[in-house]
Design a protein around this ligand. Structure first.
Ligand code: FAQ
Length: 302
């Protein structure tokens, strides 16, 4: 079967199958930016590993942050099956020529932010990524199956931590509300620009890469999350929020803020990139040692 027949039959494209160059490029762009988001996304929560309020919370947080590193690795591997090199992709990230999710450019100023990230950011990631398990490109779809299982656990631990805070002392409850106030709108922005402003969506949906539009997924997230905020006894920071009998109608997203953060002007963009580039440079000796070891093994095998 040719490429279009496979797509029309809702089948899977595998690495050695023929594919249009534009399909390959779109996948490399999306998968690489997804991978970058996972590894940059380790930083906001990673900031709290040394300050977690108990040993139990610290162990959970270390495991979660490691999971995000693992997601980055599956995703870079998926991009490599399309002929991209990991070295080049990291170079595109480090030189600002590829993006990562805007959400990771916001600061984590209290412990409640770690809980809010698990609840809202991992929650939004799941809504966005479950449909990607049906993506037309096999390696990306399969990577998403495992990633989504782990993100589900992350979301539950975040919601559990939010539950503890929101049922705690008045100060803890206030911390939980403050975190929801600061993370709600950036979480809605994770889904990308509105459908009318999304240049890639139509083609990506025609190719079966994206299964739903940005606005459809955003609405799904709002509908799932507002009742959870109610359960926690917290207030979603949107005075216009209303139930229309089918969906929660939400207010206008600040797109000026979204595009500014996307272009590098968010509260933590420079800090995140500076930290990332330094970590990469500091790790050069590990990559060199691994390459030297691999070369030695190859020489032995000849
Ligand atoms: N931030 O035409 P569209 C996570 C860009 S992982 C920055 O709609 P598309 C796990 C977009 O790239 C979170 N840039 O684009 C975790 C495009 O620019 P380009 C990441 C954004 O690709 C949890 C331009 O705007 N998830 O959270 C954003 O069809 C906790 C026009 O937009 C994924 O990457 C944004 N928010 O749809 C980790 C999921 N939105 O590339 C640690 C996979 C849009 O042409 C801790 N990706 N842009 O230069 C996707 O589903 C899609 O790529 C979208 C964007 C929906 C993100």
């Amino acid at each position: 079967m040719g490429f279009q027949e496979v797509i029309d039959a809702d089948g899977r494209i595998e690495p050695r199958d023929e594919m249009p160059e534009a399909y390959r490029k779109t996948l490399v762009r999306q998968i690489a930016q997804h991978a970058h988001s996972e590894i940059i996304g380790m930083q906001p929560e990673g900031n709290w590993i040394t300050r977690a309020p108990s040993l139990r919370r610290k162990v959970i947080l270390v495991a979660k942050v490691q999971d995000e590193a693992g997601h980055g690795l599956y995703l870079y591997s998926a991009a490599e099956t399309l002929g991209a090199s990991r070295h080049d992709l990291l170079d595109l990230l480090h030189t600002g020529r590829q993006k990562y999710s805007t959400i990771f450019n916001y600061p984590t100023t209290s412990w409640a932010d770690v809980a809010a990230i698990g609840w809202l950011v991992d929650g939004a990631a799941i809504v966005n990524q479950v449909p990607l398990t049906r993506c037309s490109y096999g390696p990306y779809a399969r990577a998403m199956t495992r990633v989504c299982k782990e993100e589900s656990f992350h979301q539950r631990q975040g919601f559990e931590a939010m539950t503890v805070l929101s049922r705690g002392t008045p100060a803890q409850r206030q911390m939980a509300q403050d975190a929801l106030d600061r993370w709600w709108w950036p979480a809605l922005m994770m889904f990308g620009p509105s459908d009318a402003e999304s240049p890639n969506s139509a083609q990506s949906m025609a190719w079966g890469i994206k299964r739903f539009s940005n606005d459809e997924l955003r609405q799904r997230f709002v509908d799932a999350t507002v009742p959870q905020a109610d359960y926690l006894g917290l207030t979603v920071p949107d005075p216009t929020l209303s139930w229309d009998g089918e969906h929660y109608r939400y207010g206008e997203i600040d797109w000026t803020e979204f595009f500014a953060v996307m272009k590098g002007d968010g509260p933590c963009n420079r800090q995140r990139m500076g930290f990332r580039v330094k970590a990469h440079e500091d790790g050069a000796w590990v990559r060199e040692a691994a390459e030297a070891y691999a070369a030695k093994q190859r020489a032995k095998a000849i």
